[in-house]
Design a protein around this ligand. Structure first.
Ligand code: FES
Ligand SMILES: [Fe+2]
Length: 441
């Protein structure tokens, strides 16, 4: 493997191409990133009742996430401790228990082993069932309905992990009634490295007018002004890009939350909700609520506030991901508005969405070109806006005034590099993504 400390350079602005291709780097990511980070599992709205469950992945590990009979959230490896068989094959449902198809061991909705066929006749009751439950995650918690878990008992709390990102999320998630994911999810396979999708959603405002020019034109929405970059005005670059501690980040275009929508109902909803958010959380929160966000939560979960898209990028080896997509809405929205937003999400960022297919082709290209050995020896660059970013009196994190920048890319890759080098939580807390180039210099 290449020298780990050389994979990310220049304060996060240079990436070695091998990180998008090499098997050994991918395996190390499973151990040092996915086995330690808080990872998105599902939303509470997907498992509201006792016995409700979904199956998902934490890195490459299959897990069952369930609402236990006592109402608690549980998550455990979807693999039978007897001979290792996958226990649950359904994507979601409601169950009183899970029974392995191979020899019939049965587990409760907390993952504990409850029944062993022929226990007295074959084991002579010499089996301690407490020892053989499905392996639980080390910590599980939810933030405004989003459920996360980590395999690392020593990881900081979910609130600490999200840090300033939690503050930003509150502007549109800490609302009366909360939010929900409309499912079932859409799923597709993309032949790209998982980081390519995360970095795009973390705030790539640069590609929007270019890669999506035709789609923006076809949609004929208020956002169409961005097509072809013709209307870009550097003096009125209306938004921000942010890298928060822990590798999270976003790009926000002010006043554009509903800009992909032609239906006035969503604009009216934002006015109605905006007044309440201003009252409770202040003017900054209202501004955030009315902005359009590209955002990623480290390591592999992204969303678009405004286009109501929520995505989980599940790695399937270094060159493939499964994309899982839901529509993210507020629970209190009128049913007709929810249905409209779900259709718009499908048309834009659903599996066959106009903008999704633009992105997918580029993401596969960014990964696939590294097939060439010589190509793979090189570097790629995300240095845009380094001299324009820094701590900001109004917004937490490292902030670039203007939404077209690569500030949030650099924050993501600094955290990625910290975790890949095996730093302790204490070391990362001291030095994580709050560094701008001005502070490093
Ligand atoms: S492998 Fe599950 S009961 Fe044997
Ligand atoms: Fe895009």
């Amino acid at each position: 493997m290449k020298d780990l400390s050389a994979l990310i350079q220049e304060n996060g602005a240079v990436q070695d191409r091998s990180i998008y291709w090499d098997e050994d780097i991918y395996e190390l990511e499973q151990e040092r990133i996915f086995a330690r980070s808080w990872l998105f599992l599902t939303h509470e709205s997907q498992i509201p009742l006792p016995g409700d469950f979904v199956t998902t992945r934490m890195g490459e590990d299959e897990v069952i996430v369930s609402r236990h009979s006592d109402g608690s959230l549980q998550a455990y490896l979807n693999s039978c401790p007897h001979r290792g068989n996958q226990v649950c094959y359904a994507e979601m449902g409601n169950a009183k228990s899970f029974t392995c198809a191979y020899h019939g061991w049965a587990f409760g909705t907390d993952g504990k082993l409850t029944n062993v066929p022929l226990e007295g006749d074959t084991y002579y009751s010499d089996i301690n069932k407490d020892r053989f439950g499905m392996q639980s995650v080390a910590q599980i918690d939810s933030f405004r309905g989003l459920i996360f878990a980590t395999f690392d008992a020593g990881a900081p709390s979910l609130n600490e992990w999200l840090g300033d990102m939690g503050w930003y999320l509150d502007s549109f998630m800490d609302v009366p009634g909360g939010t929900e994911l409309l499912g079932p999810s859409m799923k597709s396979i993309l032949d790209c490295n998982w980081k390519v999708t995360v970095e795009n959603f973390i705030g790539d405002g640069y590609h929007v007018g270019w890669a999506h020019a035709a789609a923006l034109d076809a949609i004929k929405s208020p956002l169409s002004f961005m097509k072809g970059n013709a209307a870009f005005d550097p003096k009125d670059n209306g938004g921000i890009q942010v890298a928060t501690r822990g590798g999270h980040g976003m790009g926000i275009i002010w006043d554009m939350a509903a800009a992909l929508h032609v239906n006035p109902a969503y604009h009216e909803w934002l006015e109605y909700r905006g007044a309440q958010v201003r009252e409770k959380q202040g003017e900054r929160a209202e501004k955030l609520l009315k902005g359009h966000w590209n955002a990623s939560i480290f390591p592999n979960c992204s969303f678009l506030h405004g286009t109501n898209t929520f995505k989980h990028w599940q790695p399937r080896g270094p060159r493939s991901i499964e994309v899982v997509t839901w529509t993210l809405v507020e629970k209190e929205m009128p049913q007709e508005l929810k249905e409209y937003l779900a259709v718009m999400m499908m048309m834009t960022f659903g599996t066959a969405g106009m903008l999704e297919t633009d992105d997918g082709e580029n993401m596969e290209g960014c990964t696939g070109s590294n097939r060439g050995w010589m190509t793979r020896q090189g570097k790629i660059y995300s240095g845009m806006g380094q001299i324009n970013e820094g701590p900001n009196s109004e917004w937490p994190g490292i902030v670039n005034e203007g939404f077209v920048a690569e500030t949030s890319y650099r924050g993501f890759y600094r955290t990625w590099a910290d975790m890949m080098s095996g730093k302790s939580w204490e070391e990362m807390a001291r030095g994580d993504g709050r560094r701008s180039i001005k502070e490093v210099a």
